[in-house]
Design a binder for this molecule. Structure first.
Ligand code: ADP
Ligand code: MG
Length: 291
């Protein structure tokens, strides 16, 4: 594209909340034929809420939430924020927690009133030897697009929370528009397969990569690139920075963390998925000007 076309394209983008960090990215965007969306905070609002709490025999909901909120009070993960908010709304005061640490892509653990409390996903619990859980309850949550978050005390299951996130307005339209442009659309997430598939289905995505550890998201981007695809990665979280950097075009949602914004080539400051279509359109327009 000519310098003028790039200036015009970049300016038009800025006006609609699409910040393009350099002319070369504007020139790249029209060649994209695959777009990978992160789930949480990108396809969904990233502000999940606890909708159901299932407890094991002899465990009260209050006991479960008091322990869970104690750990999650020290978490910045959207799921953690949801748990703390839910406990607060129920008027439940969290216990005190010590030695709390997050395990990326898996959950969080720490000491609460003398026992080890763990909160996280099925795969991590199985790794820790917790193999008995209510499959039917969890399957029901997951088929409804909720994340089933397990809570254990000293490796004994206390309960499972169903945590639900809303899909962003316009996400389904964005997916359809991209498909109409001949672009493959993918979704990638650390969340489990069933939840991921349910969410993807609601927005019309059939290519789903689930259960991916944060460190492996970039490897999946590389894999698609090796297949000859020109890949855009769209994400919001700290987890997504390596994948954004690995993509041909990294697109960050503006409401996301600074790390993701820094790693990106394009930032969508209003966090709307439509900006992905907008960026590709701007690129096509800028490239047409030289022919
Ligand atoms: P995403 O790719 O959707 O951003 P993450 O990689 O952050 O997901 O997390 C993957 C999974 O790990 C979550 O779906 C959840 O099951 C579990 N997990 C991670 N952090 C927490 C936490 N603080 N509390 C409960 N579960 C967690
Ligand atoms: Mg995320």
């Amino acid at each position: 594209a000519t310098p003028t076309a790039i200036m015009v394209g970049t300016g038009l983008g800025a006006e609609s909340g699409i910040l393009i960090k350099g002319g070369e990215h504007l020139e790249q965007a029209h060649t994209l034929n695959a777009v990978i969306f992160d789930k949480t905070g990108t396809i969904t609002s990233g502000k999940p809420a606890v909708t159901h709490v299932w407890t094991a025999n002899s465990v009260s909901e209050e006991e479960l939430l008091r322990a869970a909120a104690a750990l999650e009070a020290q978490s910045e993960h959207p799921l953690g924020i949801a748990v703390v908010k839910h406990a607060e709304e129920q008027g439940i005061l969290p216990e005190k927690a010590a030695d709390v640490h997050a395990v990326p892509g898996k959950g969080i653990e720490g000491m609460v009133t003398g026992r080890t409390i763990r909160i996280g996903n099925r795969r991590w619990f199985i790794e820790n030897g917790v193999t008995e859980f209510p499959d039917d309850v969890m399957t029901n949550f997951e088929n409804a697009g909720k994340t089933a978050v397990m809570v254990a005390g000293d490796n004994k299951l206390l309960g499972v929370m169903g945590i639900s996130d809303t899909i962003k307005d316009g996400a389904a339209e964005t997916v359809q528009r991209l498909k109409n442009m001949g672009i493959e659309v993918w979704m990638i997430t650390g969340d489990n397969e069933r939840t991921a598939t349910a969410v993807a289905k609601e927005v019309g995505i059939t290519n789903v990569i689930a259960g991916v550890l944060p460190a492996d998201k970039a490897a999946k981007v590389e894999e698609l690139k090796k297949q000859g695809l020109h890949v855009a990665m769209v994400g919001d979280g700290i987890n997504d920075a390596p994948a954004l950097a690995a993509a041909d075009v990294g697109i960050a949602m503006g409401s996301g963390v600074d790390v993701a914004l820094e790693a990106a080539d394009i930032a969508l400051i209003n966090a709307k998925t439509e900006g992905v279509v907008g960026a590709i359109r701007l690129s096509k327009a800028a490239m047409r000007k030289i022919r």
